[in-house]
Design a protein around this ligand. Sequence first.
Ligand code: GTB
Length: 217
Amino acid sequence: MTVTLTAFERSPDGGMGLARDTRVRWALEEAGQAYEVRPVSFSAMKEPAHLAAQPFGQIPVYQEGDLVLFESGAIIFHIASHHSGLFPDDANARARAITWMFAALNTVEPPILELITVKFLEGDKPWNKDRLPLVFDRIRHRLTQLSARLGDADWLDGAFSAGDLLMVSVLLRTRPSGILNEFPSLAAYVARGEARPAYKRAFAAQLAFNTAQPAAS
Ligand code: GTB
């Protein structure tokens, strides 16, 4: 069945791989599932046709036959549930992998998103310079805890799983800030994720997509 992923027509990051279609592309590559990409412009994202699929007017949207999904975490959960390679076979280990997916999205990503808000949406506010260090401290606190848990392991719980895929994707969003350099074991963890052939394919595909010349009219 054809899988279609909706992504930014042009990601504002110019192909750095930070938009959330990249994590879904990565999961599809890990799963060996071919997919097509449907670009959507910022204005089309807010139109009824797109809102019918994604009520918040965002990307990514995943379509597989009659099934239309939004929320990158739910999409990756679906992919991991229907292909091998992203969830362990053992039921308890699978439950722990799911726990790490939630931890990435619910516990580690929120302070990172706060940083992006402070830097890019609230940069002109008078209180910005006071708030920025507080947000950095909250991220640092989470990364300290995560680093302590990872220890010298390659992945969070045994073999690579969808939990690692999401955690690495979330940590990658801190890269422009440089804060990951304070946590060498997490920087190495992210590098292991980026070294996976599936990640490389996903990254290259989104880069090509976001840097392609527009078709001549
Ligand atoms: N919880 C949803 C999910 O996980 O799917 C969040 C989806 C979401 O935030 N989508 C963003 C979006 O569509 C793109 S990923 N934004 C448009 C809008 O809300 O109008 C966030 C993102 C955007 C841009 C960059 N960048 O340029 O670096 C990075 C990440």
